[in-house]
Design a protein. Structure first.
Length: 713
């Protein structure tokens, strides 16, 4: 045995350099080959983890989700629904079925799969819903009797379930067939992020989970439409219930007995200027809803009942109108109505969370210093603190899911060198273990560099963190140009996490056969998350002040500390707030060879009038342009257009309703009129983010070509 080991070791020593040399720098095509892993769902018997995986087909310009499964004990993960798009799998309480969302027939609808737990295979699938306004976000009731789902409906169709469905179907058909596409608005928030509301509201529906036995035939659905169970609207009215979400934990939940739901809704007169989301409860049988957080004028969201039914845990903020106030972990006592903060001493935001089966504690994720950790809070207020960190202190952990016996915690984890995979840890925690290895084969042939952190003294004498990524095949004896990335939010952060839209590893890679790559530098300026709420609040009313100072001092520090940086070949790039800051830099300094600005604010006053979430601008600029014009003028990049000299690439999407396309058009017009070398990349079919694969390919190529052009020796 020892002889074999020595022989194998000798072979490994000889072959490892060959494998290392075979690795190539990360490319866009590599990134499109990576599968995108969703959140884990543990089967009731604790034997399986089910999750979605998105496949990208660059040639077809598509992203298609499928359902995968992996044994909780470890083993090979595999696809179990591959013949149709299948997303967001959710187990039935008996573990013999799971629900999922598919667009295979009738648009987005709820489907149910029959599952053989012994073999780990799907034996049949059938479509459960056939609702004209489509369905999403399905959730199985704990008693297995019902499935909850969301649908964007016409509030004026409220009535008996069958009548409501007929009304909605008629209005959908009329809208599709009408030659007139005009819309009439009577209140704000008539459009949101990348779509017009079209007079619809998001509502929660409940539908019986069972279909007659003759509908359960493999891959077929012979049941006539009129025989299907009719969904019932549990949140009628001219309100969004639940409210819009950018992902993360659901804004609705079932009580453990399956007889009640809790959801998030904003009933303020002008929701475009309000963050006053409240928690409401309503019986599953229907009836009037009750507001249980009316005493808090700020946001309450993401309710989750305790397994024993006594409490509802949720996240809450305290300052009305401020979407980046600290997210606290709150507990509502259903018997007494008492509310308390379970993580009062925590200065960072609470992310996703999960109850222990005995209702004694809650595990939650929380961002900290460029990573995301898992912590625990006890219901009785005792103990608590960080539950799990990683040996290298790296990565982002999120999407927590506990096995039914509470002995194993499953979660997603990503790093800057690896996209999301699913991990597990046995409680009490030891070292986490990776459960899925879906992208290992693709990544094994790619050369990437680890994230390097550095600290410096920034604005107000505060310590500020920055990060650096070296190019692959780095040579310390060479000088490298710099891509200086500026994050959005502005209450966001760079860290040891993965991104498909702004990927530091891809930015660091060579962009041509003559390029040796770039040093990528990122600064978590005042306003960034993960460093306490005081640090976040520092950007309010100071958009071009402390953050700009941090960015310039951070770059100065990097130039002095790392001799391989070529300070004469640097380009600044940013999107959203990062785009704003790129525009601000354009009027404040000539130190960069080029600038890339994507979906950024150029004219603060016009941006206020064309955005949809008015609470954001009202808070950040301390009022409206007509109440506090001086603040808008002070921090508006367009006021400094006469200083513009740096070659600039402007990028904007037509469907971006957070920062209207007019902001990009105004900037490009100004650059052209001032004779500044400039180019504009316009996407008629994208919103705030570039999501379509081929559009993304063009985005990266255009950006990299622009940077190459102006940083070339």
């Amino acid at each position: 045995m020892r002889r074999f080991s020595l022989a194998f070791l000798a072979f490994a020593v000889l072959t490892i350099p060959a494998f290392a040399q075979a690795k190539h720098p990360f490319t866009f095509e590599d990134m499109m080959k990576l599968k995108r892993v969703g959140e884990p769902e543990v089967s009731p018997d604790g034997k399986w983890v089910i999750f979605s995986v998105v496949d990208v087909n660059l040639e077809a310009n598509t992203k298609t989700p499928h359902v995968w499964i992996v044994p909780t004990a470890g083993g090979q993960e595999r696809e179990i629904i591959s013949d149709q798009d299948a997303d967001r799998p959710r187990w039935a309480p008996d573990g013999k079925r799971f629900a999922f969302i598919s667009t295979k027939k009738g648009g987005s609808q709820v489907w149910v799969a029959e599952f053989d737990g012994a073999a780990g295979v799907v034996t049949a699938v059938h479509r459960l819903t056939d609702i004209a306004t489509e369905a999403g976000g399905e959730l199985w009731s704990p008693d297995g009797q019902n499935i909850l789902f969301t649908s964007d409906v016409y509030p004026e169709c409220d009535g008996a379930p069958a009548d409501e469905q007929d009304c909605s179907a008629r209005k959908v058909k009329e809208a599709e067939q009408s030659k007139v596409k005009a819309q009439i608005f009577t209140h704000l928030l008539y459009r949101h992020w990348n779509a017009y509301k079209e007079g619809k509201r998001s509502h929660l529906f409940v539908v019986a989970a069972e279909l007659p036995i003759h509908a359960h035939t493999a891959g077929k659905n012979p049941m006539p439409v009129e025989a299907r169970p009719v969904p019932r609207d549990l949140t009628p009215g001219d309100y969004d219930a639940p409210v819009f979400s950018l992902g993360g934990q659901d804004d609705y939940a079932f009580s453990p007995d399956g007889q009640e739901i809790c959801y998030t809704s904003n009933h303020d007169k002008n929701p475009a200027a309000s963050t006053n989301n409240d928690l409401w409860v309503v019986p599953v049988s229907g009836g009037p809803a009750k507001n249980i957080t009316a005493d808090n004028p700020a946001s309450d969201s993401t309710p989750l009942y305790s397994p024993d039914g006594r409490y509802i845990a949720y996240r809450a903020q305290q300052r009305p109108g401020y979407e980046s106030d600290r997210f606290r972990l709150m507990l509502y006592d259903r018997k007494t109505g008492e509310k308390k903060n379970l993580a009062e001493k925590l200065s960072t935001w609470v992310g996703t969370f999960a109850w222990l089966p005995d209702s004694s504690s809650i595990y939650f994720s929380s961002e900290a210093l460029g990573s995301s950790l898992i912590s625990v809070a006890n219901v009785d207020g005792s103990g608590g603190g960080i539950l799990l960190t990683h040996e290298d202190g790296s990565g982002y952990s999120d999407d927590l899911a506990l096995a039914k016996d509470g002995k194993t915690l499953f979660f997603t984890r990503m790093t800057i060198q690896r996209p999301t995979e699913i991990e597990k840890v046995v409680i009490p925690p030891g070292t986490s273990e990776r459960l899925t290895h879906i992208n290992d084969e693709v990544l094994s042939g790619i050369s990437m560099s680890p994230l390097t952190a550095f600290w410096f003294i920034g604005a107000n004498g505060d310590r500020v963190e920055g990060f650096l990524v070296k190019p692959p095949n780095f040579d310390a004896g060479k000088k490298y140009p710099v891509k200086f990335l500026i994050h959005g939010g502005p209450q966001g952060a760079w860290g040891d996490d993965w991104s498909y839209r702004w990927n530091p590893e891809l930015f660091a890679s060579p962009t041509s056969s003559t390029s040796s790559g770039y040093v990528v530098i990122m600064i978590n300026f005042h306003g960034s998350t993960g460093y306490g709420q005081k640090f976040i609040d520092a950007i309010n009313g100071d958009w071009g002040g402390a953050p700009f100072e941090d960015l310039m001092k951070g770059l100065d520090y990097a130039e002095k500390t790392y001799p391989f940086i070529d300070k004469d070949r640097e380009c600044a790039l940013g999107a959203s707030y990062g785009g704003y800051m790129a525009n601000w830099i354009l009027g404040r300094t000539d130190r960069f060879k080029c600038i890339v600005t994507h979906d950024g604010m150029f004219n603060a006053e016009s941006a206020w009038g064309t955005t949809e979430e008015l609470w954001f601008n009202d808070w950040e600029f301390k009022g409206t342009p007509y109440d506090n014009r001086a603040m808008y003028e002070k921090w508006s990049p367009h006021q400094y257009a006469k200083n513009f000299k740096t070659p600039t690439l402007v990028i904007h999407g037509q469907r971006d309703y957070r920062l209207d396309v007019s902001e990009g058009l105004q900037l490009f017009t100004t650059l052209q009129m001032e004779g500044v070398p400039s180019k504009m990349l316009y996407f008629p079919d994208e919103g705030h983010w570039v999501l379509k694969p081929q559009n993304s390919q063009l985005w990266y190529k255009t950006v990299n070509d622009w940077v190459d052009q102006w940083t070339r020796k």
